[in-house]
Write a protein that binds this ligand. Structure first.
Ligand code: SF4
Length: 315
């Protein structure tokens, strides 16, 4: 069966072996983060939609789960914001009913959590990984580039409500964009907001492969450690730097057939991750993951074009 909504299982930095379940089309999101690895948001919206028939998504999942695969998590993620899918509750209930032995994770930017209905729907998840990169409106607009009218104070309020209603673990991701989100003033505000949210874990992240904007650079390990120490002075929960993933020796290597398809394509023509996903009919997160590894191996050349980051194979 050819999957449209499933990708992986991929070895995720935060969740181990994770089967991705993508509930929204490319690329619907209320934010357009400058560091987004799946590039610029094409549909900037907070309006929730069904997008696809639920039966279509569940048929793929049921097919994949037939053999009882080994997974650390089934994860709502992908190339957009999963809570925009108005059928997420039905899908969660199906997973909880039919696959109770699997843990369910939700990656979300948290924008919709101020909505009581959305919050109620996601409560059965086993772990929720929201993000918060800024605490002032000015930095929020610069880094997360929200849909007009969205307030970071509402996003923080939604995360506080999540903490009040949700008994499971909350792992808050904070993405550091050097010189913008890590100024003394912004870090102070962020630390206060995190104190109010009280997640179980704070994970500091930074750029790992080209983001939506060329000017975004990775924070150095030294800087991330300084930020961690600064946060730890007032926060009680653990704070960790999300390390670049080291592929364990027993991990499945990227599918050779897919690597060959990518190499064949990139040798002939420069392509973006989105181009490759479309041409090869493979989920963009799977393509992105392989591109990240190939990039780390040094076999790719990257160039920023109007349509985003483009890759070619070094000759
Ligand atoms: S990083 Fe996440 S929240 Fe930001 S634009 Fe990309 S998909 Fe949306």
């Amino acid at each position: 069966m050819k999957y449209k909504h499933l990708f992986g299982p991929l070895l995720s930095r935060r969740l181990g072996l994770s089967l991705g379940l993508d509930l929204v089309p490319y690329k619907y999101c209320p934010l357009n983060c400058v560091y987004c690895e799946v590039q610029n948001t094409t549909h900037l919206q907070t309006k929730r939609e069904a997008f696809f028939p639920v039966t279509e998504i569940l048929a793929e999942l049921d097919h994949f789960m037939l053999d009882g695969p080994q997974l650390d998590y089934i994860t709502f993620s992908g190339a957009g914001e999963p809570t925009l899918n108005s059928s997420i509750s039905e899908i969660i209930q199906h997973i909880k009913k039919h696959y109770p032995e699997y843990k369910l994770a939700l990656l979300t930017n948290g924008v919709l959590l101020n909505d009581a209905e959305v919050l109620k729907e996601i409560l059965p998840c086993d772990v929720i990984l929201p993000s918060l990169d800024a605490a002032s409106q000015a930095v929020y607009e610069k880094v997360n580039r929200p849909q007009a009218g969205l307030l970071v104070s509402d996003q923080i309020a939604g995360l506080v409500k999540l903490r009040q209603r949700y008994a499971g673990p909350i792992w808050l991701e904070v993405f550091i964009v050097p010189d913008i989100t890590d100024t003394p003033a912004e870090l102070k505000l962020l630390r206060e907001a995190i104190k109010d949210i009280s997640p179980d874990l704070v994970q500091l992240n930074s750029l790992d492969r080209p983001g939506a904007e060329d000017w975004v650079k990775a924070a150095s390990t030294k800087r991330l450690k300084e930020i961690k120490n600064y946060m730890a002075m007032e926060l009680e929960m653990p704070i960790e730097i999300i390390a670049k993933i080291k592929t364990p020796p027993d991990a499945k290597a990227p599918d050779e057939e897919i690597v060959n398809l990518i190499r064949g394509t990139l040798t002939r023509r420069e392509s973006s991750a989105e181009d490759l996903a479309f041409m090869l009919d493979i989920h963009i997160n799977e393509i992105s993951n392989i591109l990240r590894e190939l990039n780390a191996e040094g076999v790719l050349q990257t160039a920023r074009k109007a349509r985003g980051v483009c890759y070619s194979w070094k000759s």
